[in-house]
Design a protein around this ligand. Structure first.
Ligand code: COA
Length: 582
């Protein structure tokens, strides 16, 4: 089928659907929802049989839904309506939630139902549930809806009006959730309530609050049962996180957005409030921190759960130190687990943006990433495995390739390219690692195309080694089993010897230092050179400035001529040129 994905941004859910639809053999083009006239133009160009809308912030115009089947992916159960579905569900602690695929009509979220999927809720951030359970349910729902399409066209199947749809639990229309409804009452809310409120607003918009007498938005909360204090009081810090007392315990606040800045621009809490945090006592964490090491038999597992997968200079240095210590342990396999939501998304663009000299901080950060990748690459005493529980982007992908093997969950989406960030050249030894896995030509294409790649596709082309269609907990259990098998495999010694020999041979052919020097030479031009594209693109990315137009590599329909008689008066070339290097 010919499908148009109409979406506010090409976010994780849209990427996942784009990949799944293409894997089913559909022809898919993407249009970012910028203006009605632009969407109308995209429809006229692409002539889709179905329009799928995974993530919209406004209604589809009647000029489109009255003439085309438009399937809206709504992150709520049957009957639920409104723009804050998931936020309400998390804040109210519902046990089960869902995704409904409904046909756009004049009533926002009120159209007839093509598919309704449910899932058990988890205590987690909204963004984590969105990328996990919601994305899985959306894929199931959209595929089921599209399977109905031929019968719908043939007149033998019709979608069910929402009020007639049989369902055990029915939602209602709920308004946009306001900050007043998210507000934490520190004198009365217990830890569970505080966590629910913070999770319901994470990744955006956070909960508006005060720290050190200054307004800010709070993000990235974890409960702690080890400390008590006067409710609402900031008790201390650990690294960059601040501990704040609740009525029955405390919560760690990892990130904040300063109101006078832009609350959507998040920084680690102790960085955003540096002078105030410096006065606080340094506490020990009673909950696991960002970096954690554990051993099972002859396998070490190094977890690094960095918020949003972004890795600052300091985090890279700390992780490298933890890696070096883990390598010293008498294990045979070292598994790099990343975080539950992301493996890694490369250098920390927010920390860079906030630095006195973003160019200098970019350089420091990429050097620290490279040092970490180098440490992994030159590990000779044991086998290493990178395990992608969640998505990986840009330098984060290549960091994983530095390990001997890469295993992923099947739902993982990889973005192994840098160019979307203002034509960034990239480092992390990608010029060594990528061609070695997929060949020179394909490496070049991956870098130029800058498209997401599904885990299964990545396995097929040798970019990673294996992927498994497991739920997250099953995947972790499988990884543990497989790593133990690898450590005790009869050919373990041969594998280790082979990898050392291969590395030595590669080093003799071209030293890693040369790859690094070449890559960093290009990066220096990105950071300090005449063309400021990277700095513009980073600024736009961290401040979430919407695209002015759909990147051409996604909008396949823009390569087609307009059908005669449907030429729009508004021409593409009237639009603003993106500073992001597209
Ligand atoms: N630095 C800082 N923050 C980052 C980040 C990075 N490298 N990568 C992602 N994030 C943040 C996003 O700003 C977003 O923040 P939010 O919680 O305020 O919404 C969050 O992580 C999730 O990112 P999002 O873009 O919504 O996720 P996605 O799954 O839709 O897209 C990527 C994934 C990887 C395509 C996209 O995040 C991306 O392009 N990241 C930048 C990668 C990069 O260029 N790194 C630098 C070069 S190594």
């Amino acid at each position: 089928m010919r499908i148009l994905l109409l979406t506010h941004s090409f976010n994780s859910l849209s990427q996942r659907l784009w990949l799944e639809l293409k894997a089913c053999g559909h022809e898919v083009s993407v249009e970012l929802d910028i203006a009605d006239s632009v969407a109308e133009e995209a429809v006229a160009l692409w002539q889709p049989e179905v329009i799928v809308a995974p993530f919209l912030k406004r209604a589809i115009p009647a000029s489109i839904w009255s003439r085309h089947v438009c399937l809206i992916v709504h992150p709520g159960i049957v009957g639920d309506r409104g723009p804050s579905s998931l936020d309400w569900a998390i804040q109210q602690g519902v046990a089960e939630w869902g995704v409904t695929v409904l046909q756009a009509n004049a009533v926002m979220d009120g159209g007839d139902i093509w598919s309704a999927q449910t899932f058990a809720m988890r205590d987690a951030k909204k963004s984590s549930i969105y990328r996990g359970e919601v994305a899985d349910a959306a894929v199931r729902g959209v595929l089921e809806a599209l399977a109905h399409y031929p019968d719908y066209i043939g007149g033998t199947w019709t979608p069910t009006p929402s009020n007639e749809f049989e369902t055990a639990v029915r939602g209602t229309e709920r308004p946009f959730i306001k900050q007043a409804q998210r507000a934490i009452d520190w004198q009365h809310d217990d830890t569970a309530t505080v966590l629910r409120k913070l999770n319901a607003a994470d990744g955006c918009p956070g909960v508006k609050d005060m720290l050190f007498g200054q307004p800010c938005h709070l993000f990235d909360a974890r409960a702690d049962t080890g400390y008590r204090g006067a409710a609402g009081e900031v008790l201390g810090r650990c690294g960059d996180a601040l501990l704040r007392a609740t009525t029955d315990g405390a919560v760690w606040i990892g990130h904040v957005g300063r109101l006078e800045h832009d609350p959507a621009f998040k920084l680690p809490a102790a960085v955003a409030f540096a002078p105030e945090s410096a006065q606080l006592p340094e506490l020990e964490r009673a909950v696991p921190g960002e970096i954690r090491y554990e051993e099972h038999g002859s396998v070490g597992f190094l977890h690094f759960d960095f918020y949003n997968g972004a890795m600052s200079t300091g985090q890279c240095l700390r992780l490298r130190e933890a890696y070096i210590n883990a390598v010293k342990q008498p294990t045979r396999v070292l598994v790099l687990m990343g975080g539950e939501d992301f493996w890694s998304n490369g250098i920390h663009l927010n920390r860079i943006e906030a630095a006195d000299s973003p160019a200098d901080e970019s350089m420091r950060n990429i050097e620290a990433m490279d040092d970490l990748a180098l440490e992994i690459l030159r590990t000779t005493g044991k086998l290493t495995v990178a395990v992608m529980q969640g998505n990986a982007g840009a330098g984060g992908c290549f960091l994983a390739l530095a390990a001997d093997q890469v295993w992923a969950r099947q739902a993982v989406v990889l973005n192994p390219h840098y160019k979307n960030m203002g034509n960034l050249y990239g480092s992390e030894y990608w010029t060594y690692l990528l061609p070695a896995r997929v060949g020179k030509e394909r490496a070049q294409a991956i870098m130029q195309n800058r498209l997401p790649i599904p885990a299964a596709g990545a396995v097929q082309e040798g970019l990673i080694d294996a992927c498994f269609d497991d739920a997250p907990t099953d995947f972790r259990a499988r990884v543990k089993r497989m790593a133990l098998e690898l450590a005790t495999a009869p050919d373990y010694g041969r594998r280790l010897a082979d990898k050392c020999a291969r590395r030595a041979c590669d080093e003799a052919r071209k030293p890693l230092a040369n790859y690094r020097a070449e890559e960093l030479g290009e990066m220096r031009r990105n950071f300090y050179g005449f063309d400021p594209s990277y700095h513009y693109a980073r600024h736009h990315f961290v401040y979430k400035i919407p695209h002015a137009f759909t990147p051409r590599h996604l909008a396949v329909h823009r390569e087609l001529p307009l059908p005669v008689g449907e030429r729009m008066t508004k021409r593409l070339n009237q639009r603003q040129v993106s500073p992001g290097g597209y």
